[in-house]
Design a protein around this ligand. Structure first.
Ligand SMILES: Cc1ncc(COP(=O)(O)O)c(C=O)c1O
Length: 497
C-alpha cells in the first residue's frame, strides 16, 4: 500500500494513516480479504512507531473495516452492509432531522384549513383575489413580451434584477443605496436565510408574543432557543425586553412594528426610538418584518425601524405578497451592505436567484405606477371590509373583544369568557366558515381564548355571511358550555340519597 505521512500537517499521524487506509478500503482499492502489512513492517516503512500503526488498526477495526485472524494477520473485512442487505425502501421517518418533526405538522394543517373548498375563509392572510389588478398585470406582461421576451427567461444576479432593486431602494425604502437591497423569493425566504446564516443551535432569539407562526418555525428549525416578550397595543413590551437584555445576549430580535400579525397593533414613534436605542446599547440585530406596513388606511404613517436606524442593526423585510400578488413570490431584504454581501451567497445556495419573470413583471408594475394606484384602491377597500367585519362582529358575536387595526388584513379577537378557539373552530367549520386559532401564534400554548379573523380575502357579501355563521357557531359553543356548567352545579347541589 502506498501511504504517506506529512509531519508538517496539524492532523495527528495516526489520523492521517487511518484516513488513507479507510479511503482505500471504501473505494475498493484494498479489496475484501486483502491482507494489511503487519504493524511492525508498516511502521518501519512509514517511519513511525509500531504503536501508532496498532492505534490505526484498532480504529479501523472499531469501524468494522478490518478484522484480525490468528495466523492470517489483519485483513480487510467483507462489507458489513452487504452481509446484512435485505431490499427495502429507505427508512424515511428516521432520515428526516428530528428537530423538524414537531414543525412538520402545523403548516400543512393550516394550509388545509385555508384551502377547504366551499368554506368561507376568514383564515387566509392573503389579499382578496377580487381585488387583484389583473388588467394592469396583463398589460405589463404583454408589454414585456413585445419589448424583449428573452428578458423574462434570462438568468439573474443572486442579489436580484437591478431595475427592481433600484426601484425598491428609491421608492419604497426612501432613497437608500441599491446595494442595500437583496431580492428574495418571498419574505419567508428572508426569514429562512437569516435563520440559516445567523442562528447557531442553542442561540437565543427573542420574538414578540404572540407572533407570526412562519417566523417561529424558521427559528425553531435553526435550533434557536426562543423567548417571547409580550406584545400588544404599542408593540413589544420594552420594559420586559430591557430587563431581558440586561440578563442575556440574544442573537436576534424579531419584531413586526407595524400592523403586527396577528394582533394588528403597531409600535409608536417613541417606542421605535427606544427599541433602537436598546438595540444599539446591547448590540442586538433587529429583524423588522414589515409585511403589512404599506397597508395603512388610517392614522399617521410611522417611519420604519430601518429608516430610523443609526447603528446599522436593522434588517428590514418587505414583500409584494400583500400589496400586489402573493403568487409572484417577490420580496426584499434591506440591510447594511456587509449583511447583504454575506447573505447573497446563502441565498445562492438555496435557489441561485429569484425567478426572473416574477422580478421583471414586479419591476414593470412598479415603474409604470401600477403598484401605487392599486395600493390606494386596495387600502380603501380593506378599510371598508374591516369596518364591515367589525360591525358584523358587534352584531353577531356579542361578548367578543377586539382592537380595531389601522391597517393590515385581520382582526385579533378575544373570545367571550370560557370559549376556546378550538371548540369554536370545530363548530365554525361545520357551519362553513374558517379562521385561525390563537395558539399557533404563541410558543407556550397560550392564546386559546383568541382567534384571528381575516377580512381581506373574501368579498363583502361572503365576509358578512362568514361572520353570521361564526356568530351561530359561537352561540352553539356558548350554550354547550352553559349546559355543562349548569350540569356541574346541579350535580354538586343535588342531595345525596
Ligand atoms: C408577518 C409575516 N411575515 C412574512 C410572511 C411571508 O410572506 P411572503 O409571502 O413574502 O413570503 C407573512 C405571510 O403571511 C407574514 O404574515
Amino acid at each position: 500500500v502506498d501511504l504517506k505521512v506529512d509531519r508538517s500537517l496539524e492532523t495527528p499521524i495516526h489520523v492521517q494513516i487511518a484516513s488513507q487506509i479507510r479511503e482505500l478500503i471504501l473505494t475498493r482499492q484494498l479489496p475484501e480479504g486483502q491482507r494489511l502489512p503487519p504493524s511492525r513492517l508498516l511502521g518501519r516503512q512509514l517511519g513511525v512507531h509500531r504503536s501508532t500503526i496498532l492505534q490505526v488498526y484498532n480504529r479501523l477495526w472499531s469501524e468494522g473495516l478490518i478484522e484480525g485472524h490468528v495466523g492470517r494477520g489483519t485483513i480487510v473485512r467483507k462489507p458489513r452492509r452487504e452481509r446484512e442487505a435485505g431490499k427495502a425502501s429507505p427508512s424515511w421517518n428516521a432520515l428526516f432531522a428530528s428537530r423538524l418533526e414537531s414543525l412538520a405538522v402545523e403548516l400543512p394543517e393550516l394550509a388545509r384549513l385555508l384551502n377547504r373548498s366551499g368554506v368561507i375563509s376568514l383564515a387566509a392572510g392573503f389579499p382578496a383575489p377580487d381585488l387583484y389588478p389583473l388588467e394592469g398585470f396583463s398589460g405589463a406582461v404583454r408589454y414585456i413580451l413585445d419589448r424583449n421576451p428573452a428578458e423574462l427567461v434570462q438568468p439573474c444576479d443572486v442579489e436580484g434584477y437591478l431595475p427592481l432593486r433600484t426601484w425598491i431602494a428609491g421608492n419604497i425604502m426612501g432613497g437608500i443605496p441599491t446595494r442595500e437591497v437583496l431580492i428574495l423569493s418571498g419574505s419567508q425566504q428572508g426569514l429562512s436565510l437569516l435563520g440559516q446564516a445567523l442562528v447557531e443551535p442553542g442561540d437565543t432569539v427573542v420574538v414578540e408574543s404572540p407572533t407570526y407562526l412562519g417566523a417561529l418555525q424558521v427559528f425553531k428549525a435553526a435550533g434557536a432557543r426562543l423567548i417571547g416578550v409580550p406584545a400588544g397595543d404599542g408593540g413589544i413590551d420594552l420594559d420586559i425586553l430591557e430587563n431581558l437584555l440586561q440578563r442575556i445576549q440574544p442573537k436576534l430580535l424579531y419584531v413586526q412594528p407595524t400592523f403586527q400579525n396577528p394582533t394588528g397593533c403597531s409600535m409608536g414613534l417613541e417606542g421605535r426610538r427606544r427599541l433602537l436605542d436598546l438595540a444599539g446599547r446591547y448590540r442586538i440585530p433587529i429583524v423588522e418584518d414589515d409585511t403589512y406596513g404599506l397597508l395603512r388606511y388610517e392614522g399617521e404613517t410611522l417611519p420604519t425601524l430601518r429608516s430610523l436606524d443609526q447603528y446599522g442593526c436593522v434588517l428590514h423585510l418587505g414583500t409584494f405578497s400583500k400589496i400586489l400578488f402573493p403568487g409572484l413570490r417577490v420580496a426584499w431584504l434591506s440591510a447594511p451592505v456587509q449583511v447583504i454581501e454575506r447573505l447573497a451567497p446563502t441565498k445562492g445556495m438555496v435557489d441561485l436567484f429569484t425567478n426572473t419573470p416574477s422580478q421583471v413583471i414586479a419591476s414593470e408594475l412598479c415603474s409604470r405606477g401600477l403598484l401605487h394606484s392599486h395600493l390606494e384602491e386596495a387600502k380603501s377597500e380593506y378599510q371598508r371590509r374591516r369596518d364591515l367585519m367589525a360591525t358584523a362582529l358587534a352584531r353577531e358575536c356579542p361578548g367578543m373583544d377586539w382592537l380595531l387595526p389601522h391597517g393590515g388584513c385581520s382582526i385579533w379577537c378575544r373570545l367571550p369568557g370560557g370559549v376556546s378557539g378550538r371548540d369554536l373552530l370545530r363548530e365554525a367549520l361545520s357551519e362553513g366558515v374558517s379562521f385561525v386559532t390563537g395558539e399557533i401564534f404563541y410558543l407556550d400554548g397560550r392564546g386559546k381564548d383568541h382567534i384571528r379573523l381575516s377580512f381581506a380575502s373574501e368579498p363583502p357579501n361572503r365576509l358578512e355571511e362568514g361572520v353570521r355563521r361564526l356568530g351561530k357557531a359561537l352561540r352553539r359553543v356558548q350554550s354547550e358550555a352553559d349546559r355543562a356548567r349548569s350540569f356541574a352545579t346541579e350535580g354538586f347541589n343535588r342531595p345525596i340519597v
